[in-house]
Design a protein around this ligand. Structure first.
Ligand code: AMP
Ligand code: ZN
Length: 114
């Protein structure tokens, strides 16, 4: 697990633009933003994919959603609207195998997503 990119970021071994954090999660700006606001919320604990979540992770999953909401308010996009996305496995476009919630907003979001 020491090789996990986002675990290294949690440890501070990789620089990141952290905009929100608490005991369970951190939120930082995506390095390749797909919208004016593109933030990733991750658990401090390593969990590879949504498929690996268990009942023990209920609290951290809740903290991820609440952090997404807080980030949207902080960036001033809460009222206009924003999207929260969890990509699970390659078929859905997951490239980093440490669970992360995308917070996207600041522009009109299309539906269905590509
Ligand atoms: P996904 O494709 O859902 O796995 O999303 C992974 C996201 O992580 C992509 O949007 C990347 O741009 C982003 N990303 C990868 N490495 C970093 C990094 N070091 N700092 C910030 N964002 C990153
Ligand atoms: Zn990890």
């Amino acid at each position: 697990m020491s090789e996990c990119l986002f675990c290294r970021l949690v440890k501070g071994d990789i620089p990141s633009d952290i905009i929100y954090e608490n005991d369970d999660v951190i939120a930082f700006r995506d390095q390749n933003p797909q919208a004016p606001t593109h933030v990733l919320v991750i658990p401090r604990k390593h969990i590879s994919t949504v498929n690996d979540l268990t009942a023990e992770d209920k609290n951290v999953v809740g903290e991820m959603l609440l952090a997404g909401k807080a980030v949207a308010a902080q960036d001033g996009i809460a009222e206009d609207g924003y999207r929260l996305i969890l990509n699970c496995n390659e078929g859905a476009g997951q490239t980093v195998f440490h669970v992360h919630l995308h917070v996207l907003g600041g522009r009109v979001m299309n539906w269905p997503p590509g």
